[in-house]
Design a protein around this ligand. Structure first.
Ligand code: HSE
Length: 304
């Protein structure tokens, strides 16, 4: 094989109380990466506005890391087509990193296990997010709902219920460079034990909801009293978006990953268009437009 193309989905991290631990792959947006063997070196081809120097590009860093780790001599051309909006809490860099790690694995017949693929993809994600957290990459690589444990890295996957629906609102605002770093800087360094107990109980209920395929339990447990309140001020209109979506029937609403996108949890029984419009109206209270996508979970990266 000389060339391979892999498509990897967007994802939402945290799901409220599962900060840096939970991820869910979403079939809202996809990045596509084609790796082609070449004589030597690493070159990047893209029409998107992303760095083309391998050491500064998410996919380039993954290829550099994997070439070294698995002692691959061949050169690699990386062709990238971005579909996941970068910087909006939709796992954009993770999608490129996941697609690249899987493409590299297949192109060179490495047959890596899930944890190693996630570890390799995580190298690229770190470069853009500034710190390493595997929630988005794990979801993008494995699909479905994931629970990330570190030291040692061990990712657990649960297939979500088929009636779970998500409404994602991506506000049209200018996000700061190094957005994840900025949105991590506002999180409290220390928290009350009683707050952690509340978040832990909701996180446990979310996992139970995924295991029991109970979308209502998942949605009604999307409650975070630690990270969400500290980040809300970074998103214009967040409280209106949340209040409106809940009023329109969303079961739970929170920030998608490090934001600024907002995600509502619902089921096939919900009035999804009503929730979408309610979220739009919420952003409009701060004169902010948004793109709204109604979606379900994705099964993760795959070759095309
Ligand atoms: N868990 C991360 C955060 C999301 O909320 O900062 C990016 O992986």
């Amino acid at each position: 094989m000389n060339s391979i193309t892999v498509k990897a989905p967007s994802s939402t991290a945290n799901l409220g109380p599962g900060f840096d631990v939970f991820g869910l792959a979403l079939d809202a947006f996809y990045d596509t990466v084609t790796l082609t063997k070449q004589k030597s070196g690493i070159s990047i081809v893209t029409t998107d506005n992303i760095p083309v120097i391998p050491s500064k590009n998410t996919a380039g860093i993954v290829v550099q890391h994997m070439k070294k780790k698995f002692k691959i001599k061949s050169g690699v051309q990386i062709k990238i087509k971005k579909g996941v909006p970068p910087g909006f809490g939709m796992g954009s860099s993770a999608a490129s990193a996941a697609a690249t790690a899987i493409a590299f694995d297949r192109l060179f017949g490495l047959k890596l296990d899930d944890n190693t693929l996630v570890e390799c993809a995580g190298m690229g994600e770190r470069a853009s997010a500034g710190s390493i957290h595997y929630d988005n990459v794990s979801a993008s690589v494995l699909g479905g709902f994931v629970i990330v444990r570190t030291k040692p890295l061990d990712v657990l996957k649960i297939v979500p219920p088929s009636d779970l629906r998500l409404v994602v609102a991506v506000p049209k605002i200018i996000v700061p460079q190094k957005k994840t770093k900025v949105s991590r800087s506002v999180i409290p360094k220390q928290i009350d034990l009683s707050d952690s107990v509340i978040n832990l109980s909701n996180a446990a209920a979310i996992v139970t909801g995924f295991i029991k395929k109970d979308s209502e339990l998942i949605g009604s447990s999307i409650k975070d009293i630690i990270v969400e309140p500290s980040r809300a001020h970074l998103i214009p209109g967040f409280s209106s978006v949340k209040k409106n979506a809940l009023k329109a029937g969303a079961l739970g609403v929170t920030i998608s990953g490090a934001g600024p996108s907002v995600i509502s949890f619902a089921t096939t029984k919900s009035n999804l268009t009503k929730i979408a419009n309610a979220m739009k109206k919420g952003f409009r209270t701060k004169k902010t437009d948004c793109i709204v996508v109604i979606c379900k979970f994705s099964n993760g990266a795959k070759t095309i």
